[in-house]
Write a protein that binds this ligand. Structure first.
Ligand code: NCD
Length: 310
């Protein structure tokens, strides 16, 4: 197989279809090796710096779990409050220190473009775990892995994105990855939370078939529905959030009315857009996604550290 050409993982745009396929393939191998208890030790002696300056449960814990399962070690800082950034230190200086402590860093930060600044500061690999409303490429890779695994491939699928398409960085990244596949996209959101122009332009340029609607029933014709919460923390105007926060609630009866066995995805956390009575439907994939995420991140850590898998 061709070599993985990237040092850092910063933006879904950097991935060619071949790169994506390497990640999917390596994740499959990691999944199989994990079942036989053969992954521990792959990253023995390596240290991951886990730098989360914005809230996280899944992404931080899945990266840290991935490193632990590979036999590596993790150092961590959570929030600005307990880091020297709160004393006025720049991200550049913080990263310069990290280079002396760790072999690889994963960073989540509220400012768009921050992971690029972090990567430019140091020579160890940097993985973007979410930069404000920008990108969240490893989530998109695990989303893609989930669709691939559960639907047997991507080409020919009709995929709906529902909720906050304006601020949802996981959607921004997944849409960029999907340009390599022959899929049809349905964008379902209130007009005020529509997908930003730059992403729509990229879809047009790529000749990806897509439609925009406010009507949630469009989901019933889709193979996959990717639901997201309204991103409260991104609103400058609180009254705007109050106006939009209850835009959609998808429940069991609604999912069951679908004409297809629509797979229900959600990057989580959920608020009120996806009701818990959907959870035990076989097509509810969101908790399985969290599990696949560990394997995807194990593969990515090995690939960035140029460690042979299997
Ligand atoms: C997402 C994120 O942080 O962008 N969560 C995640 O990483 N699984 C989605 C969100 O916060 O709504």
């Amino acid at each position: 197989m061709t070599e993985f050409p990237h040092v850092h993982i910063l933006d879904a745009d950097q991935f060619s279809r071949q790169d994506i396929e390497i990640v999917l393939e390596k994740t499959k191998t990691i999944e199989a090796l994990s079942k036989e208890d053969r992954v521990w030790g792959l990253l023995r002696g390596k240290v991951l710096a886990s730098l989360f300056f914005e809230s996280s449960t899944r992404t931080r814990l899945s990266f840290e779990t991935a490193m632990n399962r590979l036999g590596g070690r993790v150092i961590t800082t959570v929030g600005f409050q307990f880091s020297s950034i709160s004393k006025g230190e720049t991200l550049y200086d913080t990263m310069k220190m990290i280079e002396a402590y760790a072999d690889i860093a994963v960073i989540r930060h509220p400012e768009e473009g921050s992971s690029r600044i972090a990567a430019a500061a140091i020579s160890i690999p940097v993985i973007n775990a979410g930069d404000g409303i920008g990108q969240h490429p490893t989530q998109a890779l695990l989303d893609l892995y989930t669709i691939h695994k559960e639907k047997g491939g991507l080409d020919g699928l009709k995929i709906a994105f529902i909720g906050d398409l304006k601020f949802g960085r996981t959607i921004h990244s997944l849409i960029k990855l999907l340009r390599h596949y022959n899929v049809e996209i349905v964008l379902i959101s209130p007009v005020d939370l529509a997908l930003p122009e730059s992403y729509r332009k990229a879809l047009q340029k790529n000749k990806t078939k897509f439609e925009e609607t406010e009507d949630i029933k469009a989901l019933w014709d889709c193979d996959v529905a990717y639901i997201t919460r309204i991103q409260e923390e991104r609103f400058v105007d609180r009254s705007e959030y109050e106006k939009l926060k209850n835009s959609y609630t998808i429940n069991r009866a609604f999912v069951q009315a679908s004409r297809k066995q629509t797979m229900i995805m959600h990057p989580l956390p959920r608020v009120n857009e996806l009701s818990t009575d959907v959870d035990d439907l076989p097509n509810a994939a969101y908790f399985r996604m969290a599990k696949y995420g560990v394997h995807v991140r194990m593969a990515l850590l090995c690939l960035c550290l140029k460690t042979e898998i299997g």
